[in-house]
Design a protein around this ligand. Structure first.
Ligand code: MG
Length: 445
């Protein structure tokens, strides 16, 4: 078994339609387009959830983020996370950026296997210092970094509060390069988890990117993320590490379109972050490993939860003994094989507790749906619609989920409904229970 370096770049709320190589004609992303042209550009890659926290949980643990309850710190503490598993194979690990999986003893990044942490506890959108909630007006008017009381940490210490959000992307990139250089000097394989806070609202960028894109502030922010990827690839090239390094560039969930000019684009997909439509969990994903991954476009069905088993197999690391929901994608990535994944159960956010939709092969059903999480002006919960019979779509024929097929394919619809119930039951959910109003108010994303 080899122990290649692993870099996962996870953007926050970057949409399926936000990059040039995914069809965006306004935002310039030449570095990512080049990475995609020389690697595997995935069209059917999903975040394990349509929401920041659970998506990261699935990525780090290889377990469906809603298994055993979405909020279960005790259970999460007991999980083996990626850096801990890779650490046993001699990897040095760093989290640069957003964590969001808890800072209590046992959950802190340094307690979950990372050797170094530089970033934020969670999202960059707390209640502002003026007491404003996260709604459209707040993002439009609270434009000073000092309006947002977010702390920047190094390991266990707060080093800046409020953090200079406009410097997040640049500083994270510099920290990432320092970590690569250090690992190389120490002759250790490394796992770099670069979890950008951007382009999650509130958006900030600094010169030379501010005001430069044709896509407004959101475009500026994405163009800086593109620069960042270019800098990291350049560092790997200079160190002669490109052919020893697997890169995955992706997003934790779809775009937060409801915040208009401060949100991204889902491209041809319906829905957005916090929904069970494709725009919620389907995200851009580019794998790169020159010499090992053949440049191509892949429509293989993959979920970020699958990285865990894939990296275990690739590195020879021992996965934990408890059941995983993670499938080894090695043959898909390195040999162009069909995906071992045939189904996945989707939830809308951390806010609603019930499963919303389910993909099996080319088909997808929606047992309940929402068009957004909440009203972007008032903050009121957006309505959730129960569908009986469920809505049925063929994603291969029509990715936009507009042509509904339950009437013409009743047997298929019923079979998927049974599979939906079984998948929910496997995770500990009562799928057919009616939708319940959440007990608490809207959480930040
Ligand atoms: Mg997110």
């Amino acid at each position: 078994m080899s122990t290649p370096n692993v870099i996962i770049v996870l953007c926050d709320d970057l949409g399926y339609g936000d990059l040039g190589c995914y069809g965006n004609e306004v935002i310039a992303t030449p570095k990512l387009d080049a990475l995609a042209a020389g690697g595997l550009r995935c069209t059917d890659f999903y975040a394990s959830a349509a929401w920041c926290m659970p998506s990261r949980k699935g990525l780090m643990t290889g377990v469906h983020p809603y298994r055993g309850g979405m909020d279960n710190p005790g259970l999460l503490r007991s999980r083996t996370m990626l850096p801990e598993m890779l650490g046993r194979r001699g990897y040095a690990s760093a989290l640069i950026g957003k964590w969001h999986l808890g800072m209590e003893p046992g959950l802190h990044p340094l307690d979950q296997g990372f050797d170094y942490f530089y970033g934020t506890r969670g999202s960059n959108d707390p209640i502002t210092v003026h007491g404003q909630r996260q709604n459209y007006e707040t993002f439009r008017t609270a434009r000073a970094e000092s309006d947002w009381p977010v702390a920047l940490l190094r390991n266990r210490d707060e080093i800046e509060h409020p953090a200079r959000q406009s410097l997040f992307t640049r500083r994270y990139t510099e920290e990432a390069i320092r970590f690569i250089d250090k690992s190389q000097a120490e002759q250790k394989p490394f796992f770099l988890y670069l979890a950008h806070n951007m382009p999650h609202v509130p958006l900030f960028t600094a010169p030379p990117f501010a005001g430069k894109s044709r896509g407004g502030l959101y475009g500026d922010v994405v163009e800086e993320l593109d620069w960042s990827m270019g800098e990291i690839v350049r560092c790997l090239d200079e160190q002669g590490l490109r052919e020893d390094t697997l890169i995955l560039f992706t997003s934790d969930n779809g775009p937060w379109c409801m915040f208009r000019e401060f949100g991204g684009s889902a491209g041809p997909l319906r829905g957005e972050k916090g929904t069970g439509w494709e725009g919620g969990p389907r995200v851009p994903a580019i794998f790169s490993w020159p010499g090992r991954i053949t440049p191509s476009v892949s429509d293989a069905f993959m979920v970020n939860v699958d990285l865990f088993a894939t990296l275990a197999a690739m590195s020879g690391a021992e996965p934990p003994a408890y059941p995983l929901d993670s499938l080894d994608l090695s043959e898909v990535l390195f040999a162009g094989a069909a995906s071992p994944r045939s189904s996945y159960l989707f939830f809308s956010s951390g806010h609603y507790r019930e499963p919303f939709s389910y993909r099996a092969g080319d088909y997808k059903i929606h047992v309940r749906s929402n068009d957004m999480l909440r009203d972007p002006i008032t903050g009121e919960d957006a309505p959730v619609t129960e569908h009986d019979p469920p809505l049925l779509y063929n994603l291969r024929q029509e990715v936009g989920e507009r042509r509904e097929l339950s009437e013409t394919h009743p047997d298929l619809m019923r079979r998927l409904r049974d599979e939906f119930d079984a998948a929910a039951g496997m995770l500990g959910y009562e799928a057919t229970a009616p939708y319940r109003k959440p007990a608490t108010g809207s959480a930040p994303g």
